[in-house]
Design a protein around this ligand. Structure first.
Ligand code: ATP
Length: 370
């Protein structure tokens, strides 16, 4: 199979400084043609600046932007085969919704636009609103017009800067799936900026997690969730319990660690910290991977599981599962999400418990990082 990479977006050493402030440290990134790529991070981490450098709206302080073989670093935005959907709607106020969406087609001299525009409006659930003016629509509806307008010309790359931010949660979810479906159908590269980890995980094939102007980690949503490499990623994507542990020894492809009075096992492949004997490692495990057993039944727990002891501090019943907070000497406020199948009635605040999990679900982080 040959791979057509003529539409890959390639950033090489691209960086941006404002005076003495570095918004984006020089970074290298390749977004494969046809992928749905998310730049994810908290406000101010540099994701919008990165997107704007791809669009040509921000001049990089260093580095180059390539689209396939073409160096587009010095091209003005309108000469790049990209289109952007902004946080602000930027619709033409004097044109109705139909004409706003039709605009790009008409500018290219296409006469029969009706079917394409109607299909696009149906896609964003605005078929009934075609003859209204932008000011007669809600903010969320206006944002959907902006998405339709940007897509109508089938750009090679669609850049989306928090495009769903104005929508209510239900519509936002619908639009996430809609955008994903559209992207799959048209095969255009989507580069999506968001601070919402769930949104990035739902939509993107690949996510770049940004922090303080740097890409902390790049990977598929499941890889980032299962194998975070830094405490920032571990905590930004979902909840992680982190236990301070000390490397004791190695046994085959497993690292044995001391935590409190006990031992924990960590697959070496899932440890991003240097694991030298006596070194410190932060051992992580996700709340939903943990089982909770009353201390009186601790003898029933299979030998090969990681385990720590604690006392239930709090529990909240949330339907399908119960969320427990467990205080333990090695990790205060350990979070556990347990499915409510055969729930043990003794598991109430104050109960002594053993938390245990399959070592395969453990990850190791560098305790020395900030
Ligand atoms: P948000 O989600 O809030 O839009 P972001 O991650 O997209 O945040 P950027 O907009 O890329 O962040 O900004 C990165 C940093 O660069 C921020 O600290 C911001 O204040 C700063 N910055 C952005 N534009 C300028 C500018 N024109 N002059 C000075 N500093 C700027």
């Amino acid at each position: 199979m040959t791979t057509d990479n003529s539409g890959d977006v390639r950033l090489s050493g691209i960086g941006k400084t404002y005076g003495s402030f570095t918004a984006v440290h020089p970074l290298d990134l390749t977004v494969p043609q046809g992928s749905f790529f998310a730049l994810l991070g908290a406000s101010g981490c540099g994701k919008t600046t990165t997107l704007r450098m791809i669009a040509g709206l921000e001049e990089p302080s260093s580095g180059t932007v390539h689209l396939g073989d073409q160096d587009v670093t010095r091209l003005p935005p309108y000469k790049r085969p990209v289109n952007t959907v902004f946080q602000s709607y930027a619709l033409f106020p004097h044109l109705d919704i139909f004409e706003n969406v039709a605009f790009g087609l008409r500018r290219r001299g296409i006469k029969s636009v009706k079917k394409q525009v109607e299909d696009m409006l149906d896609l964003v659930q605005l078929g009934e609103q075609a003859r209204k003016k932008p000011h007669q629509l809600s903010g969320g509806q206006q944002q959907r017009v902006a998405v339709a307008r940007a897509l109508i010309n089938h750009p090679k790359v669609l850049l989306l800067d928090e495009p769903l931010g104005a929508l209510d949660l239900k519509l936002r979810r619908q639009m996430q799936l809609e955008l994903k479906r559209i992207q799959t159908e048209v095969g255009i590269t989507f580069i999506h900026v968001t601070h919402d980890q769930e949104e990035a995980m739902t939509m993107a094939d690949t996510v770049a997690v940004m922090n303080a102007g740097r890409v902390e980690q790049l990977g598929s949503p499941s890889d980032l969730y299962e194998n975070p490499q830094t405490t920032f990623v571990a905590n930004f994507l979902g909840t992680s319990n982190l236990i301070e542990a000390e490397v004791d020894s190695k046994s085959g492809d497993r690292i044995i660690l001391k935590a409190g009075g006990g031992k924990l096992t960590l697959p070496e492949a899932r440890c991003s910290a240097p694991a030298t004997a006596g070194g410190k490692v932060l051992v992580g495990v996700r709340p939903e991977k943990i089982s909770l057993t009353h201390a009186d039944d601790a003898g029933d727990i299979p030998e090969n599981r990681n385990r720590i002891s604690g006392r239930i501090a709090d529990s909240s019943f949330i339907g399908v599962s119960t969320q427990y907070v467990v205080d333990s000497p090695v990790c205060p406020e350990f979070e556990v999400y347990a499915q409510n199948i055969d729930r043990d009635p003794r598991l109430v605040p104050g109960a002594e418990v053993v938390l245990h999990w399959n070592p395969a679900h453990t990850f190791g982080l560098d305790a020395a990082q900030d």
